[in-house]
Design a protein around this ligand. Structure first.
Ligand code: KIV
Length: 307
């Protein structure tokens, strides 16, 4: 495998070890697509991997090109794309369509589809069918569900159906209404023990990966230590094998970001500058040379018909 080619300023901040990590995907078509096995091997070998949210083919193409191995089509699309105040408003058909778009843009990334609110909670059989839609219509590589131990029977049914499940534990944004907002999880000794137990039950039920959101580092470290499968963290500390954040946060496009996903670039400023430049060009008529014209013959005929 080839070494990563990070942008120079980012590379200079990285250790030698990070720079020589494998190039996961990217424009070189000789590199095999990232599979669950690739991620399992990376976790076994202690290679940390990046995961970013993605909701469209164009962004997916750039993220694949940059060598990001795992893309999450998160239900944060409800906030980032649709402008809702939380993730409860991600329609199932919409999420499936976005998942397929991301896979088309990044065919060699591992694409994780987030099952939206009420697509799996009401009834296990419906959950299995909906997960199946993500795998077939959405061309996803795995599905993610926000769970606690009470979802074990569903996880087992999905695993039995051949659907790789990422069990999302810890803070669960689809429970925000019950919790009265977004809160970290496992912050008491009892809460921490409960989380470790949730993780154990999910692993026993057949989860292919764990995703832990907003938990204290000690709790995360304990779960990672006991987990035979890769663990992705989101604000859960550095013990995890992989790390995921919302891409729009890193791009500086959101009004405020969690402390673990502060902007790495100021794309909001770039958009602002671009829009102002375009506005000015349109206003002043400086649009550059026009690319289309009639041939002399067609122009003569056109003028004749217009008379
Ligand atoms: O939907 C999402 O973006 C997520 C991550 C932030 C973990 O679930």
């Amino acid at each position: 495998m080839q070494p990563t080619r990070d942008p120079p300023q980012a590379a200079s901040q990285q250790s030698e070890e990070q720079i020589t990590q494998p190039r996961w995907c990217g424009p070189d078509s000789s590199i095999a697509p990232v599979s669950i096995r690739t991620i399992q091997r990376a976790a076994r070998e202690g290679l940390k991997f990046a995961c970013l949210t993605c909701y469209d083919a164009t962004t997916a193409r750039w993220l694949e090109r940059a060598g990001v191995p795992v893309l999450l089509v998160g239900d944060t699309a409800a906030e980032m794309i649709l402008g809702f105040p939380n993730t409860l408003h991600a329609p199932l058909d919409f999420m499936i369509m976005l998942t397929a778009a991301v896979k088309r843009g990044a065919p060699r990334c591992l694409v994780m589809a987030d099952m939206p609110f009420m697509s799996y909670q009401a009834d296990d059989a419906e959950g299995v069918r909906n997960a199946g839609r993500f795998m077939t219509e959405g061309v996803a590589d795995c599905v993610k569900l926000e769970v606690d131990r009470s979802f074990a029977p569903l996880v087992t049914r999905l695993a039995r159906a051949g659907i790789p499940v990422v069990a999302h534990i810890g803070s669960r944004p689809q429970h925000a209404k019950v919790q009265g907002g977004y809160y970290a999880a496992g912050k008491t000794a009892q809460g921490a023990v409960d989380l470790v137990e949730d993780a154990r039950v999910m692993l026993d039920a057949g989860a292919t990966m764990l995703l832990i959101e907003a938990t204290p580092v000690e709790v995360t470290a304990e779960i990672v230590k006991r987990s035979p499968v890769p663990v992705i963290g989101c604000g859960a500390g550095s013990a995890c094998h992989g790390q995921v954040v919302v891409t729009s946060d890193l791009l500086g496009l959101t009004p405020r970001q969690p402390p673990f996903a502060l902007p790495l670039v100021q794309m909001g400023e770039m958009l602002d500058g671009m829009a102002k430049l375009w506005r000015e060009r349109v206003r002043s008529g400086m649009l550059g040379e026009h690319p289309y014209s009639l041939s002399e013959e067609e122009a003569v005929e056109f003028r004749r018909r217009m008379r």
